[in-house]
Ligand binder design. Structure first.
Ligand SMILES: [Zn+2]
Length: 225
């Protein structure tokens, strides 16, 4: 499969099968990736990585607002709305580039895929629902929520990014159009540490994930998956 990409880096980034756990250990404790400790700290590390960027911090109101909007839109499959938040963040806080280049790529890619006629009406219905007052959202049934697959851009049934895919359950969490696993965007799992976890764990059974990861990073060692 051809890896679609807006390659924002010309030099590959180095990543290894270990990470520094600075959540409990300010000096950083070296831990192995794709372990229990990795799984349970990915989310916090993805968020903390921003706070540790130069010029960025919880006290910086502009950044906090951009960050909250970007994360919310991204996690809710709103690629077109998330994109300007990420690009603005990159413009104002260039130090965040290693953390956000991948979200920008996914948003640009999905936004570039034209919608099919039935998808246009579904998207319009979804926007009308979002615009409704909160009470009406509770009262009016809407059927199953669909989101755009981050790999192919087609609308598919929304499946939470945490849904396991072990063995025979593989189809539980894949796009009904391109059949790739983990089709929904996730700020946590699409972060550098989230992708590295998946890479070293061997979470995907398609080559495209590993090819794209190795085109972004120079992983040492390479995954055995
Ligand atoms: Zn897909």
């Amino acid at each position: 499969m051809v890896v679609e990409t807006t390659q924002s880096n010309t030099k590959k980034r180095l990543i290894t099968n270990h990470f520094k756990d600075k959540l409990l250990y300010p000096d950083g404790l070296e831990r192995e990736r794709a372990t229990y400790e990795d799984f349970h700290s990915v989310d916090d590390r993805a968020h903390n990585a921003f706070i540790n960027c130069s010029g960025v911090g919880p006290e910086n109101e502009e950044c906090s607002e951009l960050y909250n909007d970007a994360v919310w839109h991204y996690n809710n499959c709103r690629y077109t709305e998330a994109l300007p938040c990420f690009t603005k963040m990159l413009e104002v806080f260039p130090s965040t580039e290693p953390l956000i280049f991948y979200y920008i790529r996914r948003c640009e890619y999905v936004s570039s895929i034209p919608l099919q006629p039935e998808e246009i009406s579904y998207a319009a219905k979804l926007e009308r629902r979002i615009a409704k007052p909160r009470l009406l959202k509770w009262l009016v049934p809407t059927g199953e929520f669909r989101g755009r697959c981050k790999w192919c851009g087609r609308y598919t049934n929304y499946v939470g990014p945490e849904t396991p895919t072990f063995g025979a359950a593989y189809l539980n969490n894949c796009c009904r159009s391109c059949m790739r696993a983990y089709p929904m965007p996730s700020f946590k799992w699409d972060s550098p540490d989230g992708r590295a976890y998946s890479y070293y764990r061997g979470s995907f059974n398609d080559e495209a994930f590993y090819e794209e990861f190795e085109s972004d990073y120079d992983p040492k060692p390479v995954s055995k998956a």
